[in-house]
Every structure is written in structure tokens, then in C-alpha cells.
Design a protein around this ligand. Structure first.
Ligand code: ATP
Length: 329
């Protein structure tokens, strides 16, 4: 393969730039040419495609967001959109694509591969909800940001003896809540993967104050319900504390990527190029037990898939989820 392209798609995540940088630099090192595609699949179909040099990705590794921009483009789920994208790629002499994004973006990469156009996925999303990798690029930064915010909320919570519901992102996955909640020493962590009982929650809040606590921090994953919804339920169940809701929102998506995300992005971007160079498409790069792995993007993207395959070995997604019970602190 002589010429490849790279795009970022879906929700942005800190570390996407580091991944693009790695793709560009590794491809050039391997004697290939690289093109950038702006605005994900929307830019592919619109022909917003341009050559990238090693210099173009200088000063990018530390920047949050994505300098290639991202977009939601539902038209790419239709075959006409996919063929229009491929026509543009062919026009530019591009033979393979690296797609940095979440599971929706993986579906697009899968469709390209099915049309005979090799595409490789690199998991870029803060949600850590992609099968075939223990961690996604951006997750560590999002957790660090949420943790920092919860630490600050704890200060004010203690000063006023308040209960705080802190709603964090993660879509239908509880990983950000779990990690930020454990790291911040939250009193309760509510995640979609586990049911909770609102009466038990209220009892726990009351018990805490009775035992001399100055605050109560409840970390809530957005996939359970919104902070305001939970506040209503908690009040209806008899909570009499001074209750506040804080929704962290998009601050979790921005900011300078952590060392972990930069390194992960660099490893994964480089591996994606190696796969394309070997003519292998339809794969997603991941990390499992601290080793780089690849698995079929079909398994990774399939809605509700519980596992994917790596050289015939089954990879269970996010093995730390299996240890949730350990975290009942
Ligand atoms: P995040 O999880 O961070 O939001 P994502 O990649 O899952 O990222 P989506 O909005 O679901 O985000 O998908 C990104 C883009 O991928 C879509 O806008 C669309 O262009 C493409 N895409 C999504 N689903 C499909 C599909 N079934 N077939 C082809 N392309 C798709």
C-alpha cells in the first residue's frame, strides 16, 4: 500500500491528535504517503481530502480535540454515502484508511472494508465502551478531568455539609463514573451495569451524616439517568440533606491528553499503519493486558457484542468490569 488516509469521527477525545500524528509519522517512515480527511465521513464524501506531511503534525501531540475536525454524518450508514466516499478516495489514489473514533465510526470502517476498501479502526472515545480493547484513547484524560472536578466539589461539599450528585459522561458505559468515583473516594457510584435501590441510597446518605460525615458525594454515570432526575427520586425517597447537582458535561471531552493517552494513541496509530501496510483491513487496534492486539472490527463494532477475537483467542471487553464487586467500598 503506497497511499493511505486518516480521519477522526464521532465524539472527539483527547489523544486523537496524538493518534493522527503517529499514523502520519509512521506511514512516512514506512515509505507511504498520507492524506488527511477533515470532518470524518462527511469530509470523505465531500472530498475534503489533503496531503499531510510530517511537519503538519508537529506541535499536535499535546493538544486536545482533533485538528482534523470531527462530524456526525448519518448518511454514511447508507450504501450511496459509502460508495460516494470510496469514489473520492479513489480519486485521490488512496488505498486504505485509518479511522480514529468510536463504535459508530467502526461501522463506517467495516462498510468500507466490505466494499473492498481496507480500513482499520483506532479506538478514540472518552467512554471506554469499545469491544476489543481494555482502554480507549481519551478515557484516561476524561477520568483525570472528572477526578479533578470531583475533588473540588468535595471541598465545597464539606464546607457546607452538602450532598452532591455529580453526573459524569460515558454514554451507556459506567467506566468514567467507576474510575473517577473510586479515585475521588465517592460515597456512592451509580453505573448502568449495576442496579441500585434509591431507598438504600437515601439510607446510606443519612447513615453518613449520622456518623459525622461532612459531605456526601454520589458519582452518577449519565447512562443511569440525569442528575436532576436522580435528585427528584432521592428527595421523593425521603432525603432531607442539602442536595445539589453538578453535571460535569463537555469539560470531560477537552483538555491536554494525559501521558497515558498520548502513549496509547502513539502505539495504536503506529500499529494501524503496520496493518494497512500488510494489506490487512477490517481490523480494530486495541490494548489487552498492556499488549497491543487487533481484532475483527466486525466483532468490535457489532452492537452488544461481548467479545472479539484475536488470532482465535477470545477477548472479553474491559475485564476490569468483571471486578465491579471488588469496588463495593
Ligand atoms: P462516540 O462513541 O465518541 O460518539 P462514535 O464513532 O460512536 O463516537 P457515532 O456518531 O456513532 O460516533 O458515529 C460516527 C460516524 O460514523 C457517524 O456520524 C457516521 O458517519 C458513521 N457511522 C455510524 N454508524 C454507521 C453505520 N452503521 N454504517 C456506516 N457508517 C456509520
Amino acid at each position: 500500500m503506497k497511499r493511505i488516509a486518516v480521519l477522526t469521527s464521532g465524539g472527539d477525545a483527547p489523544g486523537m491528535n496524538a493518534a493522527v500524528r503517529a499514523v502520519v509519522r509512521k506511514a512516512i517512515y514506512e515509505g507511504m504517503e498520507v492524506f488527511g480527511i477533515n470532518y470524518g465521513y462527511a469530509g470523505m464524501v465531500a472530498g475534503d481530502i489533503f496531503p499531510l506531511t510530517g511537519r503538519d503534525v508537529g506541535d499536535k501531540i499535546s493538544r486536545g480535540g482533533t485538528f482534523l475536525y470531527s462530524a456526525r454524518f448519518p448518511e454514511f450508514a447508507e450504501v450511496e454515502g459509502q460508495l460516494a466516499g470510496i469514489e473520492q478516495l479513489k480519486k485521490h489514489g488512496i488505498e486504505g484508511v485509518v479511522v480514529v473514533g468510536g463504535d459508530g465510526s467502526y461501522h463506517g470502517a467495516m462498510r468500507l472494508t466490505e466494499h473492498g476498501f481496507p480500513a482499520v479502526g483506532v479506538p478514540g472515545t472518552i467512554d471506554n465502551d469499545i469491544v476489543g480493547t481494555d482502554y480507549t484513547i481519551g478515557f484516561d484524560t476524561a477520568v483525570t478531568t472528572a477526578l479533578d472536578a470531583i475533588d473540588k466539589i468535595r471541598d465545597t461539599s464539606s464546607s457546607h455539609k452538602r450532598t452532591f450528585i455529580v453526573e459524569v459522561m460515558g454514554r451507556s458505559a459506567g467506566d468514567i463514573a467507576l474510575w473517577a468515583g473510586i479515585g475521588a473516594g465517592a460515597d456512592e457510584i451509580l453505573i448502568p451495569e449495576h442496579d441500585f435501590d434509591v431507598n438504600e441510597l437515601v439510607a446510606s446518605i443519612k447513615h453518613g451524616y449520622k456518623n459525622g460525615k461532612n459531605h456526601n458525594i454520589i458519582v452518577l454515570a449519565e447512562g443511569v439517568m440525569s442528575g436532576s432526575e436522580l435528585a427528584k427520586k432521592v428527595k421523593a425517597a425521603g432525603d432531607d440533606s442539602d442536595l445539589r447537582v453538578s453535571t460535569l458535561g463537555h469539560i470531560q471531552r477537552g483538555g491536554t491528553p494525559t501521558a497515558r493517552d498520548r502513549v496509547l494513541a502513539s502505539w495504536m496509530g503506529a500499529r494501524a499503519v503496520e496493518l494497512l501496510k500488510a494489506g490487512r483491513g477490517g481490523l480494530a487496534v486495541g490494548i489487552h493486558n498492556e499488549k497491543l492486539v487487533e481484532s475483527p472490527i466486525l466483532g468490535s463494532a457489532e452492537e452488544g457484542a461481548l467479545f472479539s477475537l484475536d488470532n482465535g483467542k477470545i477477548i472479553v471487553n474491559n475485564p476490569h468490569k468483571a471486578n465491579l464487586d471488588l469496588f463495593k467500598l
